[in-house]
Unconditional design. Sequence first.
Length: 160
Amino acid sequence: MTNELDILNHDELERLKDAMPLIAILIGRADNDMDASEYKLAEKIAHIRSYNSPHYLQPFYQSVEAGLKSSLDLFNKELPAETVLRNQFISDRLASLNPILQKLNPKIGAQLYKGFIRFSSEMAKASGGFLGFMSINSEESKWVNLPMLNEIRFEEEEEE
C-alpha cells in the first residue's frame, strides 16, 4: 500500500478501505433505497480520488476503487434490512475507525477524516432536491457529518 499506511495491520487497513462503501450505504440507504445515481457517484468519487489525491494516498484510494462495487454488493446483502439496525451497525463499524485514524500521522488521519466527511456530503446530495436545494433529506442529515467519527485536525505550518 503506501508507506504512510504501513503502520497499520491488515485488519486495520481493510476497515479503512470499507469506510467508503459503508458511508455510501449509510447515506444512500438512509431513506431505505440506494438508487443508481448514488451507486454511480460512489464509484465516480472513488475513481477521482485514485488519481486526484495526495500521491501518498493514491494507492489507498486505488485499492478502495478496485473493491468498491464488490464491497457495496456484499454489504448490501449482509447488513440488516431494517434501517435503524443497519444504520447502528454501520455507525458502530465506522466508530471503530477512530483508534485507527489516531494511530496514523496526524496529517494523514486528518486527510482521511476530511475525505470521509466530504464523501458523505457528496453522497447525500446525489439524489433528491430541486436544483440542488433541499437535497439532503432528514434521515441523511442525521448521519451526513459522520458523528461517530472523532474529528482530526491538522494545521500545516506555512512556509516562509
